[in-house]
Ligand binder design. Structure first.
Ligand SMILES: [Zn+2]
Length: 207
């Protein structure tokens, strides 16, 4: 079973992916990681990626797709999660061509919830534990290690708005693309990770 996860920042995509890995043994596929791993090999693709890195340009969709296809050919019938890919319509069309997609799960969250989650996020300066000032049990001191919670550099209004804009512009067409093909399942991801997971269990049990 192959699943694509789509969601805004702070929609709980990372946690859902983690839960699917633990509970069902899904294997996450990260294009960034595949590209980095490819550079350790002696292949024409590795050279092309190195070239992009040296020139400081993004790896083209075609090249990324080639590397992805090679990887898919090697993993047999494992259950896969595509997380953070496809990000735009052209990537979605490409992925749809080369891989079997069983379900596309869209983590639907209200903008006000995203705002609270994203801007309220705090990270422990010692152990990296993540908390949120909007949690009922939030304290400025980390309960795990006694460290102090602080805002990460990119947890600001400007970064949030720019991420929301690129989601609306690039990723909403991806959602429509999969909806048109009858693959889209929306889940209410505005409550908590367990509630999200409950809905996803219902979706994947029929596959
Ligand atoms: Zn800590």
């Amino acid at each position: 079973m192959n699943i694509v996860l789509i969601g805004q920042i702070a929609s709980g995509k990372g946690t859902l992916s983690q839960n699917l890995q633990e509970e069902y043994g899904f294997e996450p596929i990260s294009i960034g990681l595949l590209l980095r791993r490819e550079t350790e090999k002696d292949t024409p693709e590795a050279k092309a990626i190195e070239d992009c890195l040296t020139r400081g340009v993004l790896v083209s969709d075609d090249l990324a797709l080639k590397v992805l296809k090679k990887h898919l050919d090697t993993i047999g019938d494992k259950n896969i999660i595509f997380d953070g890919y496809p990000r735009n319509l052209s990537q979605a069309k490409n992925l749809f061509e080369i891989a079997r997609i069983d379900k596309v799960i869209f983590l639907d969250v209200d903008e006000s919830v995203i705002r609270d989650r994203f801007l309220g996020r705090r990270e422990c300066n010692k152990c990296g534990f993540v908390s949120n000032i909007n949690n009922d049990d939030y304290t400025p001191t980390c309960h795990r290690c006694g460290g102090t919670f602080a805002k990460r550099g990119d947890n600001n209004e400007d970064a949030m708005i720019s991420k929301m804009k690129s989601f609306a512009c690039d990723t909403l067409p991806v959602i429509e693309f999969f909806r048109d093909r009858g693959l889209l399942c929306s889940v209410d991801a505005g409550r908590n990770a367990e509630y999200t997971m409950e809905q996803v269990r219902e979706i994947i049990k029929d596959i």
